[in-house]
Design a protein around this ligand. Structure first.
Ligand code: RFL
Ligand code: PHB
Length: 389
């Protein structure tokens, strides 16, 4: 087999890249380790920046998002027993779109299927080869035999645990990492959200987040210890703990109901530099991870895709390699901006095991400053709606 660009990974970054390239007449094959049903069942991000929304429109995959997504003009920081609204739109002129990553992925897969472009699911042992040359290829196992796809470029869109970053020689990669001493226990339930906007709560018992997927579906998270077990958290126990961490008005009005998804996610910051090795490009979670507190992971994956798409389009359509050669530098600049913001939101909102009452007081003083200073609120809002591309 031969194609122009092999995309490893059928997550949001691989699918979005595939659609944008298709629009420019550039052919791709997508390979994924797992099956389509598994991909469509994954529950992850919920908040899209305007830049991400724009890219989905450019990819022709935005019709349902534009109908069903919830544009949000602000969110709340809850601490000291009450809400403090951050007016995103008033402070920046921008808003965010609440629309689940599961739906983004479903919409992109549907577009790809409608066009007949090839995705190979359940491809085992996917391996990039000869990417230090201009004739790279990818091999994989499927149905008991080994297959090979020759190509011009390989896009490693296969997430943190993927094969692409692992194929790069260790000495060619510099990595930066911080692991946080807690996780997020999250549930999805078909109950109306406790508020029209997201609530990020700082509480002495730990962080809590009230998010949503629609007017009838809520996504709630609480900070938990890393050794917690999902089985030990009945829905009642979860809601009781969530209510304790929220201002009384929300705790009292919260509608509860059975969850249909419950999982624990660890929190980590991670960056691998550079993001290009010859003909192999790392994109999205394959190159970097941020803790979800700033809602940036999917949005960073989308901005990487934007830079890579521009580079490949200019090369194929205008024979210019300038943008492609700038991919790693341009992407990493934006990555570090979001890594910094996600880290600072994580430090500000969570209870750290060794912080004590002093740490709690410092967080509350910083939160108080953030919500009462127009310039501090604007800095927060600018980062939350997304730094420019
Ligand atoms: P993905 O989504 O991990 O997709 C990678 C794909 O590659 C496949 N794969 C392989 N294929 C072939 N061979 C291999 N060896 C392979 N290994 C893996 C996988 O099966 C998969 O299909 O990476 P991508 O596309 O870069 O997308 C990144 C986003 O998924 C991620 O950054 C976000 O979900 C992070 N995130 C959030 N981001 C936001 O922008 N806003 C949010 O509100 C937000 N909330 C979250 C989040 C992530 C969370 N968790 C569970 C980590 C909330 C949570 C709880
Ligand atoms: C979500 O809805 O899953 C979500 C929203 C905001 C975040 C993280 C996750 O910061």
């Amino acid at each position: 087999m031969r194609t122009q660009v092999v995309i490893i990974g059928s997550g949001p970054s691989g699918l979005l890249l595939g659609e944008l390239l298709k629009g420019a007449g550039i052919e791709t094959i997508i390979l994924d380790r797992v099956g389509k049903d598994y991909i469509l069942g994954r529950v992850r991000a919920g908040v899209l920046e305007e830049g991400t929304v724009g890219l989905l429109r450019e990819a022709g995959a935005a019709a349902r998002m534009d109908r069903e997504g919830l544009p949000h003009d602000g969110f709340s920081l809850a601490f000291d027993g009450r809400d403090h609204r951050i007016d995103l739109h008033g402070l920046t002129g921008k808003r965010v779109m609440v629309y689940g990553q599961t739906e983004v992925t479903a919409d992109l897969i549907q577009r790809r299927e409608a066009s007949g472009a090839l995705t190979i699911y359940e491809a085992a042992d996917v391996t990039p080869h000869a990417f230090e040359t201009s004739s790279p290829y990818v091999t994989f196992e499927k149905d008991g035999s080994t297959h090979r796809i020759d190509c011009d470029f390989i896009a490693g869109c296969d997430g943190y645990h993927g094969a692409s970053r692992r194929a790069v020689p260790r000495e060619a990669l510099k990595t930066f990492e911080r692991v946080y001493p807690f996780g997020w226990l999250g549930i999805l339930a078909d109950v109306p959200p406790v508020s029209d906007e997201l609530i990020y709560a700082n509480h002495p018992r730990g962080f809590a987040l009230c998010s949503m997927r629609s007017q009838t579906r809520s996504r709630y998270y609480i900070q938990c210890a890393l050794d917690e077990k999902v089985e030990d958290w009945s829905d009642d126990r979860f809601y009781d703990e969530l209510r304790r961490r929220l201002p009384a008005e929300h705790a009292e009005s919260m509608v509860t109901g059975p969850s249909f998804e419950k999982s624990i996610a660890p929190l980590r910051s991670f960056v691998a530099e550079p993001m290009r090795f010859g003909s192999l490009f790392l994109v999205g979670d394959a190159a970097h991870i941020v803790p979800p507190t700033g809602a940036k992971g999917l949005n960073l994956a989308a901005s990487d895709v934007h830079y890579l798409f521009e580079g490949l389009r200019d090369l194929y359509l205008e024979q210019s390699a300038t943008a492609l050669n700038a991919y790693s530098v341009r992407a990493l600049k934006r990555v570090w901006g979001a890594v910094r913001f996600s880290w600072s939101m994580t430090m500000l909102m969570h209870r750290f095991p060794d912080a004590g009452d002093f740490g709690q007081k410092i967080q509350e003083a910083e939160l108080d400053y953030l919500v009462h200073s127009q310039s501090a609120s604007t800095a927060l809002a600018e980062n939350y709606v997304g730094l420019p591309y």
